[in-house]
Design a binder for this molecule. Structure first.
Ligand SMILES: [Mg+2]
Length: 230
């Protein structure tokens, strides 16, 4: 139950509204079919990809692996486990994966009903997302939720990323918001929740995996529908 009626809500996109993990899995399964790799166990392939991808992302974040290499290597290593040793196919698959990701449409549970409920109540909403503009705008359009937002702030376009208060400030200004009546909704504790704390607005931690959290957000919930309970 929310403590008050918020008139302005800032939403994160990936894993808050747009179901990144389901979309990644669907995308990979479709590509495996497209490449005629129908004998591969898709569940197992995705599980292995996810594991390898996480490991390589860590190396990328430490500066040990360039971005271009990450894009193909994560598929090269996964294919290798399934007996396919072909860097060219892996590179092509990696590029196609990136191109078709924004076309995926799965949303987090109840995202659509919550956005439309808030819109009906006259809440002004903005997207505040760390990502690339050519990808994030396409996602918003393709999954049918762009219509709900009065402003969209993408880090690449703005030249500043969450948790910087600058991005929160710009988003709120763009929707004519007042800090006291504003709420940030997101799944990433550092970028979304701590960012909103520093900026000085209330925070709704969309803790969909229900991980223990003692950082003290205003709200800690695994159900977006709680946003309609005031
Ligand atoms: Mg997120």
């Amino acid at each position: 139950m929310l403590k008050k009626e918020y008139k302005f809500i800032l939403f994160d996109l990936d894993r808050t509204l747009w179901d990144f993990d389901t979309n990644a899995k669907n995308n990979i399964c479709t590509l495996l079919d497209k490449y005629g790799l129908t004998n591969i166990d898709k569940e197992l392939f995705y599980t292995r990809y996810d594991y390898i991808n996480h490991k390589l992302w860590t190396a990328y974040e430490k500066g040990e692996l360039p971005k271009e290499k990450l894009r193909s290597e994560r598929f090269y290593r996964t294919f290798l486990e399934f007996g396919i040793d072909n860097p060219e196919i892996a590179a092509e698959f990696g590029e196609e994966y990136l191109n078709s990701m924004p076309l995926q449409k799965a949303l987090m549970p109840h995202a659509l009903e919550v956005l439309s409920g808030l819109k009906e109540r006259g809440v002004r909403m903005a997207i505040i997302s760390n990502g690339f503009k050519e990808v994030q705008y396409k996602k918003l359009e393709n999954c049918g939720i762009a219509i709900f937002f009065d402003a969209v702030m993408i880090s690449e376009e703005q030249g500043v990323h969450k948790p910087s208060p600058i991005l929160f400030k710009r988003a709120l200004k763009a929707i004519g918001g007042d800090k006291k009546l504003s709420l940030m909704v997101g799944d990433d504790f550092t970028n979304d929740i701590e960012g909103a704390m520093i900026f000085g607005i209330d925070q709704f931690f969309y803790n969909y995996k229900s991980v223990p959290c003692d950082g003290g957000p205003t709200y800690d919930s695994n159900d977006l529908r709680d946003l309609l309970t005031f």
